[in-house]
Design a binder for this molecule. Sequence first.
Ligand code: NAI
Ligand code: 13P
Length: 380
Amino acid sequence: MAPALEEGGERETSVAQNNSLNSVVNDATHRSKVTVIGSGNWGSVAAKLIASNTLRLSSFHDEVRMWVYEETLLSGEKLTDVINRTNENVKYLPGIKLGKNVVADPDLESAVKDSNMLVFVTPHQFMEGICKRLVGKIREDAEAISLVKGMEVKMEGPCMISSLISQQLGINCSVLMGANIANEIAVEKFSEATVGYRLNREVAERWVQLFYTHYFIVTAVQDVEGVELCGTLKNVVAIAAGFVDGLEMGNNTKAAIMRLGLREMKAFSKLLFPSVKDSTFFESCGVADLITTCLGGRNRKVAEAYARNGGKRSFDELEAEMLQGQKLQGVSTASEVYEVLSHRGWLELFPLFSTVHEISTGLLPPSAIVEYSEKLPRSF
Ligand SMILES: NC(=O)C1=CN([C@@H]2O[C@H](COP(=O)(O)OP(=O)(O)OC[C@H]3O[C@@H](n4cnc5c(N)ncnc54)[C@H](O)[C@@H]3O)[C@@H](O)[C@H]2O)C=CC1
Ligand SMILES: O=C(CO)COP(=O)(O)O
């Protein structure tokens, strides 16, 4: 399917066909080399997508390095060894071949040292530590893209993961977010994604080229913060949707929570970054990701179990039992958002976000997810 142009002309598409860039990178000495930093559920699928394209496109080196946070499996073998022997991430993406050109590497420094295209895709809580370890270890001409949905809160205020990467490593960082439940893309079901870029359209096109396949349609928009905040904040709404499911409140209630959540996502994003574009919320990274995560994501699933248990079993316990090593982002993101809201005196403006945090930490019962509507400010 050919990528469509956005109505109103704001969308900036599409499969990269930039001749000047291609003529440079087609030279073997200038071929781009890609490293994927992370090898969880989505990290492994991202490596698979990328590896299919680096084999096909002469402007990339065939080999894709994938940094693996090393662990020993129940069999006694190292995860990295098993990935390299079987071409499968048996723990985080069993049953899917990654592509023979994916090489798992447990050594972060060696995994990045030759690469000029760095794809960051780990749970957000590990990103600060990873960036610290990479300072001074990457190529000066490296470009980064973050697939990480989350943020950090520092003394100075909130810091998106793309900014963390840029600030700590001194490199430009784009983002890729979208309605992308990894297990569905792993079996090549059709979906879309959004690249958010800052200034350089050629860089965005290069990322589109790296990810785009006939079943994974990628569109670029010039709105890093908007795209990243959509991907980050929808995880908080997905926790609320899970509570609604756990309490068996039905589809209308869930749709109401999703609508109210989308309004808070937009309001919060624009308060933090006035440059965020309205149109971004209609891209895959916006409303589409919100829908898929509230229907089929891990945050929704674990929040449903939390509500069914009446809040008596903690999220940590349920996450460990239900996800077996995979990580939730929504609970910690709700806490980070709450910190920003408290600090700036905005709690009353964001009743859904704040209630999700108060329920997840046991301050309120799960049923409070619909009682919060009484707190809605008149502007909603
Ligand atoms: N899984 C999905 O469907 C999607 C996930 N995402 C986002 O992608 C990011 C990564 O998610 P997944 O790849 O699914 O990861 P995951 O949820 O499968 O997380 C597990 C990963 O964390 C690693 N890990 C555990 N402890 C670590 C440590 N101390 N330091 C570094 N790594 C450690 C594990 O080795 C494993 O690779 C998240 O921000 C997520 O929101 C985005 C779209 C879809
Ligand atoms: O981000 C996702 C889909 O785009 C996955 O969401 P979960 O982490 O809730 O599974």
